[in-house]
Design a protein around this ligand. Structure first.
Ligand code: ZN
Length: 243
């Protein structure tokens, strides 16, 4: 069976600017995610880029060989050039490349363009709350090999309302020890592409070392990868039957 090629993209700003973030992720968030994905035998070529790479890490030849793009971004959304946003959009909608948006990727240009949300607005707070992630759809492929719920001892808090269109599937709901709840695992279909947003992963917490979080991201890569779908015709069509 053909293996799934994954590109891990991280804006990379915090690792450059913050000693604290470098101490948590010495190889960068992208390096951490790429390293645990490389352990999965169903996954093929794992690439990792940041916005400081050539063409901001979105070269056509790399995207064309990518089945699933993982996207972590926080404070540089506005710096991503529209030509690359459009390039990602086309790969998702026309070719079926999967897109996994992590944590503050909800405010990225590509999420806005694909999902129609104008702000991706939500409540937030950095107060080291515990996060309890509940599995809502146990039969969903993204929930494979997970417990009924799992906990992250400290994370940034996100709370409803999360200003998004109603998801096609809601697979995780988070509760925080400060009292908030949040739709933390959501799926959309756009064009031929599958999109998954997964909330945990603030840059100052070791969230991407957590075994359950790693399982979610591996599962999501397999769910979001394009299948060998038939070419679908649209427009004027001749009758298939002789009347
Ligand atoms: Zn954050």
């Amino acid at each position: 069976m053909r293996k799934i090629n994954v590109t891990v993209w991280n804006e990379g700003f915090h690792e450059r600017e913050s000693e604290k973030v470098r101490s948590v992720y010495p190889e960068g968030i992208h390096g951490c995610i790429a390293s645990f994905l490389k352990e999965d035998e169903e996954l093929g070529t794992i690439r990792a880029f940041t916005m400081y790479d050539e063409e901001q890490g979105f070269k056509e030849e790399d995207l064309a060989d990518t089945d699933v793009l993982i996207y972590w971004a926080h404070c540089c959304h506005g710096q991503i050039e529209d030509q690359y946003v459009n390039r990602i959009y086309n790969h998702v909608t026309k070719r079926g490349m999967g897109l996994i948006l992590l944590h503050s990727g909800h405010a990225s240009k590509i999420f806005e363009k694909l999902c129609g949300t104008q702000t991706g607005a939500l409540r937030w707070r950095e107060s080291n709350d515990k996060e309890r992630v509940w599995v809502i759809e146990p039969q969903h492929p993204i929930c494979h090999n997970l417990p009924e719920y799992f906990e992250l001892p400290a994370e940034e808090t996100y709370g409803e309302r999360f200003v998004i269109p109603t998801p096609d599937a809601l697979v995780f709901m988070s509760w925080f020890s400060g009292g908030e709840v949040f739709r933390s695992g959501i799926c959309y279909n756009r064009g031929y592409g599958k999109i998954f947003y997964f909330r945990p992963g603030h840059e100052t917490f070791p969230t991407y070392y957590d075994a359950n979080v790693q399982q979610v991201i591996k599962n999501a890569c397999k769910w979001a990868a394009p299948t060998n779908f038939p070419k679908m015709q649209t427009g004027w069509t001749a009758s298939l039957e002789n009347k």
